[in-house]
Design a protein around this ligand. Structure first.
Ligand SMILES: [Zn+2]
Length: 125
């Protein structure tokens, strides 16, 4: 069975492979749909740019309802060029973004991932 997982990640090239590999290992899925923007945890937690937020939701829709993705993950990373917040603030934004995504997609499990200064992936509760 073909299985997809949805990841909303920063556009930064450094963080792509660590997140894909983490998701494939942890959830045993074949494919990872990627929705990338600069600092998406900031975009989704503040929701001040509604066009940006809608664009993210439109892409999640395809992954969830056309690919039947089995879960959604939002990822953020240390020293993000697209998000000037410090690590503590970024993790708080991740938690808020998870709530936004859970409200929108209540049937999907949603996970927050944090990449530290060594680009090691950690789950944020
Ligand atoms: Zn970034």
């Amino acid at each position: 069975m073909v299985t997809f997982f949805t990841v909303i990640n920063c556009m930064d090239g450094i963080v792509q492979l660590p997140v894909i590999e983490y998701i494939k290992n942890k959830f045993d899925v074949l494919y990872v749909d990627k929705i990338t923007d600069p600092g998406p945890n900031l975009i989704l937690s503040e929701q001040s740019d509604t066009l940006f937020v809608e664009s993210i939701f439109n892409r999640i829709y395809i992954s969830v309802y056309k690919h039947f993705s089995v879960g959604i993950s939002i990822a953020a990373h240390h020293d993000c060029a697209g998000n000037p917040s410090n690590d503590t603030e970024q993790k708080a934004q991740l938690v808020k973004a998870v709530k936004v995504l859970k409200d929108k997609y209540p049937e999907e499990p949603v996970y927050a991932l944090w990449l530290d200064e060594n680009f090691k992936v950690h789950e944020v509760a």
